[in-house]
Design a protein around this ligand. Structure first.
Ligand code: PLP
Length: 357
């Protein structure tokens, strides 16, 4: 049976990205050695970092004055590196989910933290609106896509303060106005690469202002000044990211990724709203994530939840569609590599299940 990958993360990557990465693990660029057994300082590896940086700049039209760096530690390490490097006195956070909250918690170790708004009381089913950000904060931190709850901020706010964004789960799924941000970061395993590398895009002249000593490895300047080569970078995840960046470019860039995301989401949300058995957990259309599509059984069909999971996963190959435990129901993750064929198969499966009930 064909398997369709709806995993939330680690998650789907284009087949050719995985195949090309596997080939380089066996024999790197025909040199007779594996990518995993050469020095990261060997002349063969530097071009990987250089090309990944250049493609990032090209695809996201990153302005001059920014550096793209590749780190270890996941997005979770950035939760503390961001305030370590950027929080001078006070920072603002928009609380749109568990990841946003974890980021905010780390910031409290470094200064005053203002929660500008929160949708926690409604289990994060919407993006708060109508809030005001104090103008005297060092930055406003947002989480553009809330992986667990299926909400997304698909625009770059215009605010009188600088922004910092966790874009882990919608990175490279749309064009972004990088100039509005002091930093953008993303763990790779949702939409960029395999787990193990984190991308950070930082505005260089925003660094070095925080009034504290920063341990070397946690100081962004260590990495911006050394081209991500201060210590050994995660070479395989980084190589895999390069392959994916090449793939995105070959497909037409982030504009094309955004168009495809809209097409997929229209198909899946269309079916959720039409099907008598299901309802979307995010009701405000503009807040609905194009990346993680969350839905549940309508109350009157609640007892069918397990039966649908068994049918979809075991009989129709819908891998990873069980919702996060804090939301329940189902989640269809539709990252860049998700195909129209995949979402059509999911819709067919939902229709078939409906006709049985
Ligand atoms: C998965 C995720 C994280 C955590 O990423 P790690 O790389 O596992 O630390 C942070 N933020 C968001 C939005 C995520 O989806």
């Amino acid at each position: 049976m064909k398997q369709y990958n709806f995993n939330a993360g680690p998650s789907i990557l284009p087949r050719e990205v995985i195949e090309n990465t596997a080939k380089q693990i066996l024999d790197f660029n025909g040199i007779g050695l594996s990518l995993v057994e050469i020095s990261h300082r060997a002349k063969y590896f530097q071009p990987v970092v250089d090309e990944a940086e250049a493609l990032m700049k090209e695809l996201l039209q990153i302005p001059d004055g920014y550096k793209t760096i590749f780190l270890g530690g996941g997005a979770s390490l950035e939760f503390c590196m961001i305030p370590y490097n950027f929080l001078i006195k006070k920072a603002a956070y928009l609380n749109t989910g568990v990841w946003a909250k974890k980021a905010m918690k780390e910031a409290t170790l470094f200064g005053d933290v203002v929660e500008v708004a929160s949708s926690a009381e409604d289990n994060y089913t919407y993006i708060p609106k109508g809030w005001k950000c104090p103008e005297d904060v060092d930055y406003l931190h947002i989480t553009t896509n809330n992986t667990i709850y299926g909400t997304e901020i698909r625009e770059d706010f215009t605010l009188p303060v600088r922004m910092i964004a966790d874009m882990s789960s919608d990175f490279l799924s749309r064009p972004v106005d990088v100039s509005k941000y002091d930093a953008i970061y993303a763990g790779a395993q949702k939409n960029l690469s395999m787990a193990g590398v984190t991308v950070v895009i930082v505005k260089e002249d925003a660094l070095g202002k925080a009034p504290r000593e920063i341990p070397t490895m946690l100081d962004y300047r260590t990495h911006t000044k050394n081209g991500s080569m201060f210590n050994t970078p995660p070479v395989v995840p980084l190589y895999c990211a390069l392959e994916n960046l090449r793939w995105i470019k070959s497909q037409g860039g982030v504009e094309e990724m955004s168009k495809r995301a809209e097409q997929r989401a229209e198909i899946v949300y269309g079916e959720i709203d039409r099907n008598k058995l299901f309802r979307g957990t995010v009701t405000c259309a503009e807040d609905r994530s194009l990346m993680n599509i969350c839905f549940v059984m309508k109350d009157e069909y609640k007892e069918l939840e397990q039966e649908f999971l068994d049918f979809a996963i075991k009989e129709r190959g819908m891998v990873g569609i069980k919702g996060h435990r804090s939301v329940g129901g189902f989640r269809a993750s539709c990252y860049n590599a998700q195909t129209i064929e995949g979402v059509n198969a999911l819709v067919a499966c939902m229709k078939e299940f409906e006709s049985k009930h």
